[in-house]
Design a protein around this ligand. Structure first.
Ligand code: GDP
Ligand code: IMO
Ligand code: MG
Length: 422
């Protein structure tokens, strides 16, 4: 069973990019299975920071195959910019493969995202405005375009029909669009995209499985943004849980081995939606500054708060997490006290599962308090060297979640990584 899956367990930005890049040498193939340019995955090594949006985080290991799976929505314009940016580092992309069944984001998807959000007023989702929702709507509505369509003779015709459909939708909004300029930029980017390896990725991946190659499936958005199980409607439009790796790559569940769950030592969220442990005070601001908690895709300040164990247990339950990776512990190094939410108080009662409704005004987090470790973790070289207050914090998380922590991350660089067997 050679397929491992790596998932963020919170609201995104857990450090998925860093970990995939770190683990990549253990695998022959890395595959993205959902999401699109809404993702911002950061990798740091040799003093350089890279932010990837659509390209899998194994791309800096040139002998490893990197696959963009059928569950992804791909924007050719963003793709072109990413390729141009990465080309400066001399990457060849010979091992980058794109599913013919992945959906295409067209420029009007981005505009629809914007006008829909504007129309929602203070109920807006806080979308990244990358066209994700409208593109997945077209996929489910069965009139989307796929990567495989790009090389067909009738592609321009199909494209025009989709744009006409979008023009009708846009007619309901007062929004000026320069379609000619958009089309020009789009088709220029499409020409570049067509030069890449466009494959039947489900066969490609299953062939690799049959050959016994090991595969790491890289989740894009966090579990609490899952279309079914996240804090709906404040979610993204794809399946970010383990099952998404099966449908987003064409991999049968029987091939899944480990399911790695990544979490920060605290919580963050970008965009709207409930966040019960949010800190709107100086500690929240401190965590934001210390952790550089600003969106990798949009630059928006991330909302910050304490760890929310019921939400984490829920995310772990729906995906069957087998190993935990605890990220960004260094951000809490100097705090006197750290809190963890273990339940929610309402009218004197404690609930231990996250509420599914979005009006949470009468819920208060029930916190367990921990003393801080008050020392720098950045230079630590092994689990044994962890300060005892941090070890206790980790044990508490492990006991509550019933899953062990196998990796602790103490900084953004590849080198700032402590690992137990995994
Ligand atoms: P992703 O979307 O899950 O890949 O995460 P992002 O890249 O959006 O956000 C994680 C941020 O934290 C990036 O800026 C990383 O460079 C950074 N990061 C990752 N791990 C650590 C860590 O252990 N400590 C610190 N201080 N930063 C980290
Ligand atoms: P990574 O891969 C954090 C959030 C948006 C918004 C909601 C819907 O870096 O973890 P969308 O553009 O998908 O329609 O937005 O989901 N969101 C993310 N938040 N990290 C991400 O990706 C996100 N991708 C989407 O802020 O609240
Ligand atoms: Mg991110």
């Amino acid at each position: 069973m050679p397929v491992d899956v790596l998932l963020g367990l919170q609201w995104g930005d857990e450090g998925k990019g860093k970990v995939v890049d770190y683990l990549a040498p253990r695998y022959q193939l890395i595959a993205r299975f959902q999401g699109g340019p809404n993702a911002g995955h950061t990798l740091e090594f040799n003093g350089i920071k890279h932010v990837l949006h659509q390209i899998p985080s194994g791309i800096f290991h040139e002998d490893i195959k990197n696959v963009i799976g059928n569950g992804v929505v791909l924007d050719p314009i963003v793709f072109k910019k990413e390729i141009e940016g990465l080309s400066k580092y001399g990457l060849s992309f010979r091992n980058l493969y794109i599913s013919k069944k992945a959906q295409l984001i067209v420029p009007t998807h981005r505009i629809l995202d914007l006008v829909y959000e504007k129309a929602m007023g203070d109920k807006k989702i806080g979308s990244t405005l990358k066209g994700i929702g409208p593109c997945y709507q077209d996929k489910i509505g069965r009139h989307g375009l796929r990567i495989g369509d790009l090389t067909q003779a009738d592609f321009r015709q199909k494209y025009s029909s989709l744009i006409e459909r979008h023009k009708k939708l846009l007619g309901h909004f007062n929004h000026e669009v320069d379609f000619e300029a958009l089309n020009l930029e789009f088709f220029e980017a499409v020409e570049l995209l067509k030069t890449f390896n466009l494959v039947d990725s489900e066969y490609f991946i299953n062939q690799a499985i049959a050959e016994g190659q090991s595969i790491l499936a890289e989740g894009a958005q966090g579990s609490m943004l899952d279309i079914d199980f996240g804090s709906y409607p404040y979610v993204t439009s794809s399946s970010t849980m383990v099952a998404g790796a099966c449908t987003g790559l064409g991999v049968a569940p029987k091939h899944i081995r480990e399911v790695f769950g990544i979490l920060k030592a605290y919580s963050t969220r970008v965009g709207s939606g409930p966040f019960l442990t949010e800190l709107n005070d100086s500690i929240g601001e401190y965590i934001r500054t210390q952790g550089h908690e600003f969106g990798s895709t949009t630059g928006r300040p991330r909302r910050t708060g304490w760890l929310d164990l019921p939400a984490l247990k829920y995310a772990s339950m729906i995906s069957g997490i087998t190993q935990l990776f605890l990220m960004k512990v260094d951000v809490l190094d100097d705090l006197d006290e750290i809190k963890v939410c273990t339940g929610y108080l309402s009218n004197g009662e404690v609930a231990s599962t996250p509420p599914s409704e979005t009006n949470l005004s009468d819920l208060e987090p029930d916190y367990v308090h921990f003393p801080g470790w008050k020392c720098s973790t950045r230079q630590l070289k092994s689990f044994d060297a962890l300060p005892s207050a941090l070890s206790k914090y980790i044990s508490f998380i492990e006991q509550n979640m019933g899953v062990n922590v196998h990796m602790v991350s103490t900084g953004p660089d590849r080198l700032h990584t402590l690992i137990k067997d995994c």
